[in-house]
Every structure is written in structure tokens, then in C-alpha cells.
Design a protein around this ligand. Structure first.
Ligand SMILES: CC(C)=CCC/C(C)=C/CC/C(C)=C/COP(=O)(O)OP(=O)(O)O
Length: 286
């Protein structure tokens, strides 16, 4: 039987943990010597299949999915990836059972809120949180928690975590068009000044990114575009996620791992693949 953290003596556990964290630091350092993507998006898929496969409750799958989100976010922040966007709740996820929806709400209200507290991950890396989507569909207590998370981290200018929730890309694009129309109606914009850039700049993600210090981006005008889009659990669909932000240059990665098991060993080949593409481009070999 393979040994687990629970079955190993504490000293051995400590040594394994130490070796793992040294190896992680070395690997991340080596990757950081190459080009680093500005914006990475994750469709965190497979929580329920993971849980069912292990005979666990669906809510446990989502709980472990949250741990994977925290782990993956930390990897991105350590590498100075400035924008991380995650698909946490699709608008049509409201049709899931009441139990499941409330388990997800609790994760947002409690565990996500913990990451925004003083001294926690988002403050450590100077990153703000922004919810992208139809927040008004959430119950009042969740809306209040979201407001507090956003206010608490608003002063952080090193990056942004976009939590797409309750989200649909078509809905985000529609809202952007409505806002663009409002600017014309208010006389702030001429009708013939509307371009695809105007609509792009009015997307929720672009608005959130505009609060990040632009000096931190190598290509500030492209910070809203996704460099990499990852979907877990061997499903090869976009499911209405960031359809405008996924541009001609976005690298799509569909990985077999269920989201709760996603981590460094999945991220390394994705990042190395992206770096390789950048070098090929720089050399003019593409
Ligand atoms: C609120 C918050 C920040 C939560 C973090 C936890 C987390 C990863 C949420 C994603 C929820 C979700 C609908 C995942 C998709 O997998 P699925 O449930 O559709 O799984 P399946 O594809 O196996 O059915």
C-alpha cells in the first residue's frame, strides 16, 4: 500500500514536505527565467466526477476543488502571472440541487473570503479579487461577502484574480455592449467611435485589469487577452467561458486531471509549452 501523509512518521513527513517545497521553489525559479504569461484562465472542471469516483459527497469534491484553486493560484502568483481568471460558477449552475449550490456559496463566503483577509494570500502578493458576472443573482449574504472581499483587496495593484461567478461569456459581452451604448447615450462616446476595442475594454475582465498597475505588464494593451486557457477533466469545450478574451494567440490546454487533483505537475508542461512557443515566435520560426 503506498504511504500517505497520515501513515508516515512525523519526521519523515517533515522531510518529504521540505524536499517538495525546495523542488517547487527550484522549478518555479527556473520557469521564471523564461517569458511569463500575463493572463491565464481556468475552467475548473471535474469536481463531481472526482468525488463520485472516490465515493465522496459532491460538496467534498468542491471543497477539494477549492484547495486546488488556492494551490494553483499560488503557483501563478509566485511566477508573477498578473491576471488569473477562474470559472467558479456558471449562470446555469443555479439549476443544480439546492445542497450543491449552497455548498458552493459557502466556499465563496467563507474560504474565498479567508484568502482576502489581512496577511493572507492576496495581500501577500498584492492582488485584488474581482467577481465577474451577474452578482445580483446571488443571495444578499453572498453579495455582501463579495462586496467586502472586493473592498478589502481594492488597494492591491500587482494583479487580479477574476472569479467568474455567476458567469456566462455571452452575458459578459452583452453587458459590455449595453455599457458601450450607455456611453453613447450619455454623450461620452460618438456612435462611430465604437470599435471592437471599445467593446473589449468594457468587458468585466478588462475593467478589472484596468485597476492593475499597467507598468507590470510587458504588453499592457493585451493584458485582457488570455495567453493560456486550461480546462481540466478531459472535456474539450469552452462552455461559454471568455470567448472574446480567447484570441487567435491563446493556447488551449485540455488536461485529463480532475480539477481537485490539478497542481504543479500539470502546470509545468503547460507553462513550458507556452514558453517554447514564445521562443519560436521570437526567432521567427512560426
Ligand atoms: C466558489 C468557489 C470559488 C469555488 C471554488 C471551488 C470550485 C473549483 C468550483 C467550481 C464549481 C464547478 C461548477 C466546477 C465544475 O465541475 P463540476 O462540478 O461540473 O464537475 P463534473 O464535471 O464532474 O460534473
Amino acid at each position: 500500500m503506498p504511504s500517505t501523509a497520515q501513515s508516515r512518521p512525523p519526521l519523515l513527513n517533515f522531510i518529504v514536505h521540505l524536499l517538495f517545497s525546495v523542488a517547487t521553489t527550484v522549478l518555479l525559479y527556473l520557469i521564471s527565467l523564461g517569458p511569463i504569461p500575463q493572463h491565464v484562465g481556468f475552467v475548473m472542471d471535474g469536481n463531481r466526477r472526482y468525488a463520485r469516483g472516490l465515493g465522496k459527497e459532491v460538496s467534498e469534491g468542491h471543497g477539494e476543488g477549492f484547495a486546488a484553486l488556492k494551490r494553483t493560484l499560488e503557483i501563478c502568483l509566485r511566477l508573477r502571472i498578473r491576471v488569473v481568471s477562474v470559472y467558479a460558477f456558471a449562470i446555469d449552475n443555479f439549476s443544480r440541487s439546492e445542497n450543491e449550490v449552497s455548498a458552493l456559496m459557502r466556499l465563496a463566503k467563507d474560504r474565498l473570503a479567508e484568502l482576502c483577509q489581512h496577511g493572507a494570500l492576496l495581500e501577500e502578493y498584492g492582488v485584488q479579487i474581482k467577481f465577474i458576472g451577474q452578482i445580483s443573482l446571488f443571495p444578499p449574504d453572498v453579495q455582501q461577502a463579495i462586496k467586502e472581499m472586493e473592498e478589502m483587496t481594492a488597494g492591491h495593484k500587482n494583479g487580479v484574480l477574476n472569479v467568474c461567478s455567476p458567469y456566462a461569456s455571452r452575458d459578459e459581452i452583452t453587458t459590455s455592449i449595453q455599457n458601450t451604448h450607455r456611453s453613447v447615450y450619455n454623450g461620452e462616446l460618438e456612435k462611430d467611435q465604437i470599435t471592437s476595442t471599445t467593446v473589449f475594454n468594457n468587458l468585466g475582465t478588462s475593467q478589472a485589469i484596468s485597476k492593475v498597475n499597467p507598468g507590470l505588464f510587458k504588453r499592457p494593451e493585451e493584458s485582457g487577452k488570455l495567453d493560456i486557457l486550461v480546462r481540466t477533466s478531459n472535456v474539450k469545450r469552452l462552455s461559454d467561458f471568455m470567448m472574446w478574451q480567447a484570441s487567435e494567440d491563446t493556447q488551449l490546454h485540455f488536461v485529463n486531471t480532475f480539477w481537485p487533483e490539478f497542481g504543479l505537475s500539470d502546470m509545468i508542461p503547460i507553462l513550458l509549452g507556452w514558453q517554447q512557443k514564445q521562443w519560436i515566435k521570437q526567432l521567427g520560426w512560426d
